[in-house]
Design a binder for this molecule. Structure first.
Ligand SMILES: Cc1cc2nc3c(=O)[nH]c(=O)nc-3n(C[C@H](O)[C@H](O)[C@H](O)COP(=O)(O)OP(=O)(O)OC[C@H]3O[C@@H](n4cnc5c(N)ncnc54)[C@H](O)[C@@H]3O)c2cc1C
Length: 452
């Protein structure tokens, strides 16, 4: 880079990874940082929508107690003392029956042989005890489950889970990802929320204020259409309407498929191989009575449109108006070309109404509905997945951040924030500057988990 003055940095995308990168740089002493976001607010996938004065996430969002970077940022915003923790029920809905695998009775009732149940328990114990699954990067989730638990357990449980998550068989999903995910024990600890609020809005609004205070320039409703290059460097982002924003350094936090469409050529290893799953998320509110109220029901028979149904009010009873039940239908799809992703709103809702009936036994009667279609939700962590480098090998002033660099972690708000901090820190180090934010994140410890 070689500049002695503070370089101007342009961050493409104002989701959590872009916000965290910009804040890290501004707090590290860079004075000219601009975030360009196509949406009307910062936050991306952690964004919110409003109904009758209440705010809701695009789909279920829980605070995970191991998500240290997220917890640090909530603390920075003064919101951590408001977080409450609640154990939730997670059900497996299979062939018309609901099983709570978190209870001994539910686990014993689950249709799987007793020897397989013991093998399953053994696999979980092994995964809890092993943090580093990097040796499994070139092997599949099927190999991992078969090795530690056997094909019976894979067919009964894991083939269902990988289809619900990626619409792929275990054989096509990374073993390192599954090992890391089991180690994380996502479902067995209490989940966090903020009473009387949608916590993702508290997070995104608070971070937006922090960016303003730090002097970061934020441009909303502004889509980057292409990146102009000269002598091996990106020199300007061209916006819708033709305006060009020049910069010394660029950080891309948009999905890699979008970024690659912006530059004339991009040969950075791995980047071109990353594919994104798509997501459908419908949130609606009702006042009808609902039986068997679990927060998270996986539709494990794999014959429904939804992969899971969440009752958001079972985690946060105060997210909407008193007395409302807030329901979230979620479907993960292999990619955005799947027929369900293209269905009309009317057909999609008809499918989800059927799912509701199959699970809860009555007609769904919502008084409002919000439909979100996310064409690029998560990188598909297939067998052989590797994180791409942090810097482009084609354009030497271009850096990357986002959840496509956090494999094999689960994709979360905290990993997105962490990736932004990591890239910002590396850029500051190259400029000979310290990253105060990164040091503060590593020092952070969660001290208590008050129950809600
Ligand atoms: C339904 C759902 C449930 C989730 N549940 C949880 C949960 O329970 N707990 C948890 O911690 N996390 C959860 N997550 C994950 C979390 O929200 C994401 O991992 C995180 O927000 C991703 O942030 P990001 O910055 O990496 O990506 P994004 O949010 O995708 O940010 C990229 C940004 O780039 C912008 N952009 C794209 N193209 C352009 C362009 N050409 N010009 C300008 N801007 C552009 C986009 O608008 C977007 O704002 C969930 C996500 C969803 C959708």
């Amino acid at each position: 880079m070689g500049e002695t003055r503070s370089p101007s940095v342009v961050v493409l995308g104002g989701g959590l990874s872009g916000i965290a990168a910009a804040l890290t740089l501004a707090r590290g002493g860079l004075h000219e940082v601009t975030v360009i976001e196509r949406g009307s607010a910062l936050g991306g996938l952690a964004g919110s929508f409003e109904r009758d004065g209440h705010f809701y996430p695009l789909g279920y969002h829980q605070i995970l107690h191991r998500d240290r970077t997220l917890l640090y940022f909530l603390d920075l915003l003064g919101a951590l003392p408001s977080v409450r923790w609640r154990p939730v029920r997670m059900l497996f809905h299979l062939d018309g029956q609901a099983y709570d695998l978190g209870t001994p009775a539910g686990f014993l009732r689950y249709p799987m042989s007793l020897p397989d149940k013991l093998r399953f328990a053994r696999l979980m114990l092994i995964a809890f005890g092993r943090k580093d699954w990097s040796g499994w990067e070139d092997r599949s989730a099927a190999e991992l489950v078969d090795r530690f638990a056997g094909p019976g357990v894979r067919r009964s449980i894991f083939e269902r889970l990988t289809r619900l998550k990626f619409e792929l068989p275990c054989d096509e999903v990374s073993g390192a990802w599954l090992g890391a995910r089991l180690h994380y024990r996502e479902g067995s600890a209490p989940f966090g929320y903020i009473p009387g609020a949608n916590w993702t809005k508290v997070l995104c609004d608070g971070l937006t204020r922090k960016l303003e205070e730090a002097g970061v320039r934020v441009r909303l409703r502004t889509r980057v259409e292409r990146l102009h290059t000269e002598n091996g460097r990106v020199v300007a982002a061209e916006l819708e309407g033709g305006e060009r924003v020049a910069g010394d350094v660029f950080i891309s936090t948009v999905p890699t498929e979008i970024y690659r469409g912006l530059v004339p050529r991009e040969d950075t290893p791995v980047l071109g191989e990353i594919r994104y799953s798509a997501l459908l998320s419908v949130v609606c509110a009702t006042r009808q009575p609902i039986s068997d109220r679990a927060y998270w029901t996986n539709l494990a028979s794999l014959d429904r449109a939804a992969g899971a149904i969440f009752l958001l009010t079972e985690l946060n009873p105060t997210i909407g108006r008193p007395g409302d039940t807030c329901i979230n239908f979620v479907t993960h799809l292999r990619d955005r070309n799947r027929p369900l992703f293209q269905e009309s709103d009317e057909h999609l809702m008809a499918r989800y109404r059927d799912d509701f009936k199959a699970v809860f036994g009555g007609e769904l009667d919502p008084f409002w509905t919000n439909i979100a279609r996310v064409p690029m939700y998560s990188p598909v962590f297939g067998r052989h997945y590797r994180n791409p480098p942090m810097r482009s090998t084609s354009w030497r002033n271009t850096w990357f951040a986002g959840n496509y660099r956090t494999f094999p972690s689960i994709v979360s708000t905290g990993t997105a924030l962490g990736s932004g901090v990591e890239t910002g820190t590396a850029l500051l180090a190259e400029l000979g500057r310290r990253a105060e934010l990164s040091e503060a994140v590593s020092r952070f410890r969660l001290r208590s988990m008050p129950r809600g």
